[in-house]
Design a protein around this ligand. Structure first.
Ligand code: NAG
Ligand code: NAG
Length: 268
C-alpha cells in the first residue's frame, strides 16, 4: 500500500513538474551558467525602503553535482531579487546612486532567526551592527579616496576580502571567503535626464549570478548560512555623504532549504 502510494506520488510529482512552469527547471543542466535548476531554494522578503516602498524578495538556491569535475562534489549557487520594476519611489532619487546585491557563502553555519532579516539569530545583534558598520566605512572610504569605481559595493568588498575589517563582536571572519559575487540592480540618475535603470526582476531561468563552489556537498551547503548584502551607495563622482551612516546597507541571512514559509508582508 505504502509503495503504491509512493509510486503514485512520484508520478504525480513528475506530471506536475512537466505541467508547471517549474518543470522547465529540469532542463537547465549543471554546467549552464544562464540558469539554475535549484535542488533547494529559499525566498525571503525584506524592506529596501525608501527606494522600493514595497518589499523586495531575495531568492537564493543551489544545485549539486556529486561528481563535480570528476573529482569531489560541487555545488552551483545562484541568486536574484524580485520586485515590481515600476515600484521605485522617484521622490527619493536626489543624487546619483548605485544599488547592488551580493551573496557570501562559506564557513558560516547556524539558523536564521530574529531581527536584521534573520542575521541576529546567526551571529548576534552586535555582530550585525559590526558587519553593517564595516561595510558602510569601506564604501565611505572608497568614495572619499578618489579611486575610480563603477560598482561601489563590489569595490569595497574586494578591499575587505583582502584586508579584513575589525569586527570585535563577530566570532567568525565574515569577509574571509574566496569570492562574494555582486550584481548591480538600480542606477539612479539626478537630475533625471532619464528614468533610473532598474534591472528586470530575476528568476531561476534568469538568475543574476551563478557560480560554482568546489568540494561542497548539498548537505554541507544546506547547513550553511548565505549572507545577502544590499547596498545603496553614492555613484562615482558624487560627493561623499556627511557620515558613513548615511549609506544604506541591508543584510539578510538565508538558508536553503529554509523551514519558515515564504511571506510577502512588509517588515523584518
Ligand atoms: C549624475 O551623473 C550624470 C552623468 O551620468 C552627471 O551629468 C550629473 O552631473 C550627476 N549628478 C550629480 C548630482 O552629480
Ligand atoms: C574558510 O576559512 C578558511 C580560513 O579562514 C579559508 O581559507 C577558506 O577559504 C574558507 N572557505 C570558504 C569556502 O570560503
Amino acid at each position: 500500500m505504502m509503495a503504491i502510494r509512493l509510486i503514485f506520488q512520484r508520478h504525480l510529482g513528475l506530471l506536475l513538474l512537466l505541467l508547471l512552469p517549474g518543470g522547465w527547471a529540469q532542463m537547465c543542466s549543471f554546467w549552464e551558467t544562464a540558469c539554475i535548476d535549484p535542488l533547494a531554494q529559499t525566498a525571503v522578503p525584506l524592506d529596501f525602503s525608501p527606494l522600493f516602498p514595497d518589499p523586495v524578495t531575495f531568492y537564493y538556491g543551489f544545485d549539486e553535482l556529486s561528481t563535480g569535475k570528476g573529482r569531489g562534489p560541487m555545488t552551483k549557487a545562484g541568486f536574484w531579487l524580485r520586485y515590481r520594476n515600476e515600484g521605485i519611489n522617484m521622490a527619493v532619487v536626489t543624487s546619483n546612486r548605485t544599488s547592488e546585491v551580493a551573496l557570501r557563502i562559506g564557513n558560516l553555519t547556524g539558523t536564521p532567526s530574529g531581527n536584521t532579516n534573520g542575521c541576529d539569530g546567526v551571529w548576534g545583534r552586535s555582530c550585525s551592527g559590526d558587519v553593517k558598520s564595516a561595510l558602510r566605512h569601506a564604501i565611505f572610504n572608497l568614495i572619499s579616496s578618489g579611486e575610480v569605481y563603477s560598482k561601489p559595493l563590489e569595490a569595497a568588498l574586494n578591499h575587505m576580502m583582502h584586508d579584513h575589517p575589525r569586527m570585535p563582536n563577530c566570532g567568525a571572519p565574515i569577509f574571509d571567503v574566496a569570492s562574494i559575487p555582486v550584481s548591480t540592480f538600480v542606477k539612479e540618475r539626478y537630475p533625471a535626464s532619464q528614468p533610473p535603470q532598474v534591472k528586470p526582476a530575476g528568476s531561476w531561468w534568469h538568475p543574476w549570478k551563478v557560480w560554482y563552489i568546489d568540494g561542497m556537498t548539498s548537505d554541507q551547503q544546506a547547513s550553511q548560512i548565505a549572507v545577502g548584502i544590499i547596498a545603496r551607495s553614492p555613484a562615482y563622482g558624487s560627493p561623499p555623504p556627511a557620515s558613513p551612516d548615511d549609506i544604506q546597507i541591508e543584510l539578510v541571512c538565508l538558508q536553503a532549504p529554509q523551514g519558515s514559509p515564504v511571506t510577502f508582508s512588509k517588515g523584518p
